[in-house]
Design a protein around this ligand. Structure first.
Ligand SMILES: NC(=O)c1ccc[n+]([C@@H]2O[C@H](COP(=O)([O-])OP(=O)(O)OC[C@H]3O[C@@H](n4cnc5c(N)ncnc54)[C@H](OP(=O)(O)O)[C@@H]3O)[C@@H](O)[C@H]2O)c1
Length: 325
């Protein structure tokens, strides 16, 4: 089979297509014939050599795919050969075949193509883990999402809005802001022209928001803390500006704030399986009912993988970037 290999840490030009053996599914795993793979920000860091892979994590890029079950390891009962599925991976998705634990697979939602389904797993698992599991966002509460037009952002907006929350976002251009409000954000703040802290104070008449999903860190940290309502929760999923930030302990105590964060990839198969069950029960019917839709920016071929990475690094995209096998 063909797969994309990182010949050495560096720019998009280090991505090379190479031949490799088709993997064999182990106990509890499925073999997937991949139709499309999602491109994620973590793939960029990994290609640059800035992502510390833990033992057992594949070195091949690719955290999510959609395709057809082509083989079953011992003990798999839920799926059969020929089923169309989308799946969360710990790596290996930039390839024609990949194996993953069966609990990390979900059916392709009705009304969504197999290619489009490759855009779903990484962001839905992440948003569920961070916004709903860790921060317990409830209907009627408010959510601020930074990077509103990112793959993560478009999923967070749609899930939270559809489940009854007021959603505010920040994004880096007017076009990105418009895309976010079209997906259900009540207000989108162009952070290049408007101070988001001041905007959130105005939008919430000084109360602040209940939950903030942050991937920026750095200078956003103290502004996030000042933007939280009493009993507010702040969750970090990355620190694209800096992993260092300022915290005002008096505010954390006074407002009884919770500050948390997580990485999806190192979670156990069991935890990922639990999230998959929640998604299938709660989010998949919303996709099938067209209340939530995949937002695809561009689909590239496997040969165009370097171009796909360049587009993501340009941050010009809105929504997800995919690779078609
Ligand atoms: N912890 C986890 O488990 C987990 C899982 C998945 C993703 N993530 C993280 O979530 C974030 C979004 O992921 P994604 O794959 O959806 O990425 P993406 O589509 O590439 O979106 C990232 C967006 O963030 C915005 N941004 C804000 N500050 C930035 C900065 N300093 N540098 C670069 N971009 C900046 C950019 O849009 P603007 O024009 O609006 O600035 C950019 O388009 C990434 O940081 C990723 O690592 C974490």
């Amino acid at each position: 089979m063909r797969q994309v290999q990182v010949s050495q840490p560096g720019g998009p030009e280090v991505l090379k297509i190479a031949e490799a053996p088709v993997p064999t599914p182990g106990e509890g795993e499925v073999l997937i014939k991949v139709q499309a793979a999602g491109v994620n920000r973590a793939d960029i860091s990994q290609r640059q050599g800035r992502y510390a892979l833990r033992p057992g994590m594949p070195s091949i890029l690719g955290l999510e795919v959609a395709g057809t079950i082509a083989g079953l390891g011992p003990g798999v009962t839920r799926w059969k050969e020929g089923d169309d599925i989308c799946a969360l991976l710990t790596g290996g998705g930039y390839a024609e075949y990949v194996v993953t634990p069966a609990p990390q697979c979900l059916p392709v939602p009705k009304g969504v193509s197999v290619i489009e389904a490759a855009s779903l797993p990484e962001t839905f698992f992440t948003v569920w883990l961070d916004v709903f599991d860790l921060c317990h966002l409830r209907s009627g509460e408010s959510l601020l999402v930074h990077g509103g037009s990112s793959g993560i952002g478009i999923t967070a907006i749609q899930l939270a809005h559809t489940l009854g929350s007021r959603v505010f976002v920040t994004a880096g251009s007017q076009a990105k802001c418009e895309a976010c409000t079209a997906l259900g954000a009540e207000a989108a703040i162009d952070y290049r022209s408007t101070d988001f802290e001041e905007a959130i104070q105005n939008l919430t008449t000084g109360r602040g928001v209940d939950v903030i999903l942050d991937m920026v860190g750095g200078s956003y940290t103290i502004k996030n803390i000042r933007s939280l309502a009493p009993l507010g929760r702040l969750v970090f999923i990355n620190f694209m500006e800096s992993s260092r930030g300022e915290i005002d302990i008096a505010l954390v105590m006074g407002r009884q704030l919770t500050i948390t964060g997580s990485g999806l990839r190192p979670q156990t198969v069991e935890r990922k399986g639990q999230i998959a069950e929640k998604l299938e029960k709660i989010a998949w019917p919303l996709i099938e009912g067209a209340k939530i839709k995949p937002v695809i920016d561009t689909v590239y071929t496997l040969e165009q993988v370097a171009e796909a990475h360049r587009r993501m690094e340009s941050s010009a995209h809105i929504g997800k970037i995919l690779l078609r096998m």
